[in-house]
Design a protein around this ligand. Structure first.
Ligand code: UDP
Ligand code: MG
Length: 322
């Protein structure tokens, strides 16, 4: 069980990419909630290479509130890396990750903290509804999670986004993971620890446009599958094996037919169909191999995950942020 002394620290991590329209409202609602909490807090904004006034707005928060921290990345690295950078910068006994667009209501923080105090190491927030999202997005998300969970060895909960609370233990585990392909939802599940799940209603984005576009989401979806499972590789071997069996059977069939019934040369359509079928299968298989190879290529470079352009964090001796 986690103790509840009022000098405990809670860290809030917020990735922000061109979020000037929502930041003021977010900050106001966050501060209201955090000030009422019986623990100290720090709010770490990660600027993911925004091109609008996001950084200036965050700095203006910081000007009269030392609990606000800023990690400004050197360019847009994507939400997963922004989150990673934010988690590296936290010092809290527990850490909450929350989107900047107010889709995750800050008012839920007290009940998440309560669950943590009762002993949970991770408090997952599962959405009841997805207000403001298109039918297609809902359907594609649902199908994707079904496929992902069929393939992945650790269950990755459906409808649980990045909004969650994690204890220091979990943050240390996450910070110890070196990989460059960071599918955070998967990593959160992969590290384990005692997890509880709470339900909530996800609101529509308060203002501004969605920053995670479909190409980004599709890339993330592929990353999710290929970094948590090698089953696609096994599946293509199996399909290849089955094709070979079928071909073997067909050889026998046509040979016998030719010997006993004196069959002449026919069957152009079947030839063309099987040619395209096998060609397609081979290309898909190479594509799947390529996905894994590509990730290995990126991993082997051992590049730092991100670069920080400017870091403004309060009250901490150097070296304590990793
Ligand atoms: N975000 C980011 N970098 C990106 C894209 C998005 O830091 O390249 C942040 C964004 O500012 C927001 C969160 O990630 O705080 C979620 O983005 P968004 O609301 O656009 O996507 P959703 O997950 O709601 O579809
Ligand atoms: Mg959003």
């Amino acid at each position: 069980m986690n103790a509840a002394p009022s000098d405990n620290l809670i860290s809030i991590v917020i990735p922000a990419y061109n979020e000037e329209d929502v930041l003021h409202e977010l900050h106001r609602r966050l501060k209201l909630v955090l000030n009422a909490l019986d623990m100290r807090h720090e709010i770490i904004y990660v600027d993911d290479g925004s091109k609008d006034a996001t950084v200036e707005i965050i700095k203006s928060f910081r000007a009269n509130d030392p609990s606000v921290g800023l990690i400004k990345l050197s360019r847009n690295f994507g939400k997963e890396i922004a989150l990673t950078a934010g988690l590296h910068g936290t010092l809290g006994d527990c850490v909450i990750v929350i989107d900047a667009d107010l889709q995750d209501p800050p008012e839920l923080i007290p009940q998440m903290v309560a669950a943590w105090r009762e002993g949970a190491e991770v408090v997952n927030m599962r959405r009841n509804s997805r207000a403001g999202e298109t039918l297609f997005k809902k359907w594609s998300a649902h199908t994707y999670y079904r496929i992902l969970n069929k393939l992945s060895d650790v269950p990755i909960p459906e409808d649980v986004g990045d909004f969650r609370l994690m204890s220091r233990k979990v943050i240390q585990a996450l910070n110890a993971l070196p990989e460059s392909n960071r599918y955070m939802k998967g990593l959160f599940a992969w590290v384990g620890f005692q997890q509880v799940t709470q339900l909530y209603d996800r609101d529509a984005r308060a203002a501004g446009l969605v920053k995670q576009n479909y190409p980004k989401l599709i890339g993330l979806a592929l990353e999710g599958i290929t970094s948590f499972s090698v089953k696609p590789l096994r599946i293509i071997s199996l399909v290849g094996f089955m094709c070979a069996l079928v071909a073997f059977g067909m050889t026998a069939f046509y040979l016998l037919k030719a010997i006993f019934m004196g069959d002449s040369v026919r069957g152009f359509p079947t030839l063309i169909v099987s040619l395209f079928f096998l060609g397609g299968l081979q290309l898909v298989s190479i594509g799947i191999l390529g996905e894994y190879l590509g990730r290995m290529f990126i991993e082997t470079k051992r590049r730092p995950l991100y670069f920080i352009d400017e870091q403004l964090l309060s009250h901490r001796p150097t070296g304590e942020n990793k």
